[in-house]
Design a protein around this ligand. Structure first.
Ligand SMILES: Nc1nc2c(c(=O)[nH]1)N[C@@H](CN(C=O)c1ccc(C(=O)N[C@@H](CCC(=O)O)C(=O)O)cc1)CN2
Ligand SMILES: NCC(=O)N[C@@H]1O[C@H](COP(=O)([O-])[O-])[C@@H](O)[C@H]1O
Length: 201
């Protein structure tokens, strides 16, 4: 969705300069290759619990690609506080729940077990505390009585594909920035109500 958004708008304020993964099996690498975007794999498994060692190798790849802003998508490893502070205000993550509800792993299962009627996705700045960074944008879906984790994830994913490009547009154009504990909207943004996704008929 980020690749498509950047390709579709000549004025999009960001270029996808590389897609990187900590595992060679990540599906996004093939999508990037098909789009002619450089890919990099920095395997995390050889580093075991040595997060700093993995991050040093990742940082070198980010430097080589001259990355200025990181957008995480399904990156299932926690960063050290040192790495996050080095990239202060320059790492976004998308999480498939309406944070601060249901952070961490299995958010859809958490939502279903809690019996919530509305779920969705959140784009937030990454801070050392997991899934706790200031929120840039959210989109919602109704939870249906017959939903399981797979069906809910599929509907939430369609919202992710809508809000992540728009959140990146805001941050890359400096219309939204991390300001202490807040995501500060530097310019008034017209809220796009279509991001509140009604339940499918
Ligand atoms: N310091 C931070 N690192 C990361 C954040 C963050 O907010 N602060 N966001 C996550 C993404 N994420 C949810 O959106 C997430 C990813 C991974 C985990 C986690 O517990 N990972 C375990 C390993 C789990 C596994 O291998 O299956 C771990 O790293 O020990 C929780 C939340 C990205 N990083
Ligand atoms: N905590 C982060 C998290 O849960 N991210 C989730 O992983 C998906 C991508 O995974 P995939 O590339 O395996 O489809 C993302 O769409 C998001 O819902």
């Amino acid at each position: 969705a980020l690749i498509d958004a950047a390709a579709a708008d000549a004025d999009f304020p960001a270029d996808i300069v590389a897609v990187m993964s900590n595992t060679a099996s990540a599906g996004g690498l093939a999508i990037a290759e098909q789009a002619g975007i450089p890919t990099v794999v920095v395997e995390s498994k050889p580093f075991g619990k040595d997060r700093a060692g993995f991050e040093a190798k990742l940082q070198a790849a980010l430097d080589d690609a001259r990355v200025e802003l990181i957008c995480l998508g399904g990156f299932m490893r926690l960063f050290t506080a040192e790495f996050v502070q080095r990239w202060h205000g320059k790492i976004l993550n998308i999480h498939p729940s309406l944070l601060p509800s249901f952070p961490g792993l299995d958010p859809h299962g958490q939502a279903l077990r809690a019996g919530v009627k509305i779920s969705g996705a959140t784009v937030h700045f990454v801070i050392p505390e997991t899934d706790a960074g200031p929120i840039v944008m959210q989109g919602a879906v109704a939870v249906r009585d017959d939903d399981d984790a797979e069906s809910l994830a599929a509907r939430v994913l369609s919202v992710e594909h809508k809000i992540y490009p728009e959140a990146l547009r805001l941050v890359a154009s400096d219309a939204a920035r991390l300001d202490g504990d807040y995501c500060r909207l530097v310019t008034l943004q017209s809220c796009d109500d279509s991001l509140i996704v009604p339940p499918p008929r």
